[in-house]
Design a protein around this ligand. Structure first.
Ligand SMILES: [Zn+2]
Length: 417
């Protein structure tokens, strides 16, 4: 990298970078490709060639000896909350002052990148007044603006804030809508604010009842689709999942209580499931690390173990039915941290996915869900959005914890002024 100074501004001109003799993990199959060299210039993959036959190299190329490591497509955390920190007090943190949450977002952006996560799909952030114009809107919209021009930061898509029935989400976090017209108005406002997609909260005040009718939700789906936006739905219970699926939402988040009819219809319609199973692993760890009764008492532990079994069974059913499964940590909106996506890939393997399929959920399926064809893939001419780990993540998800380098943070992928 050469650095020159013109009129006080520092200009960094990146040299082409060659990652030499790595393995390459393509999550469309179980086998690593070995002895691979990959040339990056100006943020793009120029070519991928056998290390034994690289051909001519650019004269100023920077060579990185990647021997022993594996190139992995940048991951997509398809269920995240970038403005919130997670941890055992994750719910309380939602009430922290906006300025603090913006700092949290920067820390999360850093953690995501270093963990190999290139994309974050933000499925809910608190409302906050924007000091620039006094308007109250989802805080993650401001984060998206900040990160747009920073190549080191994750690429994000933002759902705005949660839309829920009254009496469900505490702390004034959600926009409340108790009937069809109110729901439609809330949806419309979110899109006007600049949300990329909508997030409905399909758990009602009563566990056994969905918060809205199928017709009411369908009207929102039609409104959003008419404006080029997708609709996703939080689904903790079967009754809400059914309403979402029948109404034609594009995806269900969590899907903790699906049955065989529900997953069959999802597969037919192409409805995505976004799994968040590692939440239960995180809660189980709090039995050792906290004194909170819901995690440490026998009753609490039993309740969590029961929900965990049910959630794993739901994902297993969906997988066997052929539902497209993307995945996320739920960091911030749940207790995980922003650099824990590997945990979720491990959890998907426990639910029956082969390790390379679980990695596909964390990469190219997430790209399909976002409608970003190049996200989660490494192709010649495409963005140099990959990272390098030690081990074979197509057969061992724990390899994803062993991050060595992240191409988009290497300084080799961008030309900036
Ligand atoms: Zn969430």
């Amino acid at each position: 990298m050469s650095r020159t100074t013109q009129g006080g501004a520092s200009i960094i001109a990146a040299r082409p970078t060659l990652y030499r003799d790595a393995a390459l993990a393509d999550p469309t199959g179980p086998s690593l490709r070995k002895e691979v060299s990959l040339l990056v210039d100006a943020g793009h993959v120029v070519w991928i060639r056998p290390s034994t036959d690289e051909g001519d190299l650019p004269p100023d190329v920077h060579v990185i000896d990647a021997g022993g490591s594996t190139i992995v497509p940048g991951m997509i955390d398809a269920h995240s909350h970038v403005t919130l920190p997670g941890g055992s007090h994750w719910i309380d943190r939602g009430a922290d002052p906006p300025e603090e949450l913006l700092e949290v977002a920067e820390h999360n952006g850093d953690l995501l990148g270093r963990a190999g996560v290139r994309w974050a799909r933000d499925v809910g952030s608190p409302l906050a007044v924007d000091p620039r114009d006094g308007r109250r809107r989802a805080l993650a919209l401001r984060v998206r603006e900040r990160w747009q021009s920073d190549t080191n930061r994750p690429r994000i898509r933002v759902a705005g804030t949660w839309i829920g029935h009254s009496g469900v989400l505490t702390g004034g976090l959600a926009i409340e809508a108790d009937d069809g017209p109110a729901l439609l108005k809330a949806a419309s406002t979110q899109l006007d604010d600049g949300a990329d997609f909508l997030k409905l909260y399909l758990d009602g005040p009563k566990k056994e009842e969905a918060p809205w009718s199928t017709e009411d939700v369908r009207a929102v789906v039609e409104l959003a689709h008419g404006r080029g936006a997708k609709v996703t739905a939080h689904s903790g219970f079967l009754v809400g999942a059914r309403v979402g699926i029948d109404a034609g939402v594009d995806s269900l988040e969590h899907g903790f209580e699906l049955d065989s009819d529900a997953v069959a219809k999802m597969a037919r319609q192409g409805t995505f499931l976004v799994s968040t199973l590692a939440i239960f692993r995180s809660w189980a760890s709090f039995a050792q690390t906290t004194t909170l009764p819901r995690f440490v008492t026998d009753e609490g532990k039993e309740r969590i173990a029961h929900r965990r079994e049910r959630a794993i069974e739901s994902v297993r059913l969906a997988y066997r039915a052929g539902v497209r499964i993307a995945t996320g940590t739920d960091f911030g909106g749940g207790s995980l941290r922003a650099n824990h996506l590997a945990w979720e890939v491990e959890a998907l393997v426990e639910a029956g996915l082969r390790p390379w399929e679980a990695l596909a959920s964390a990469t190219l399926r997430g790209g399909e869900l976002l409608g970003e064809g190049q996200a989660g893939r490494i192709v010649e001419g495409g963005p140099a959005d990959f990272f390098l780990v030690h081990g074979d993540p197509l057969n061992d998800p724990t390899a994803l914890w062993r991050v060595w380098r992240v191409a988009w943070l290497d300084g080799s992928t961008s030309r900036r002024t």
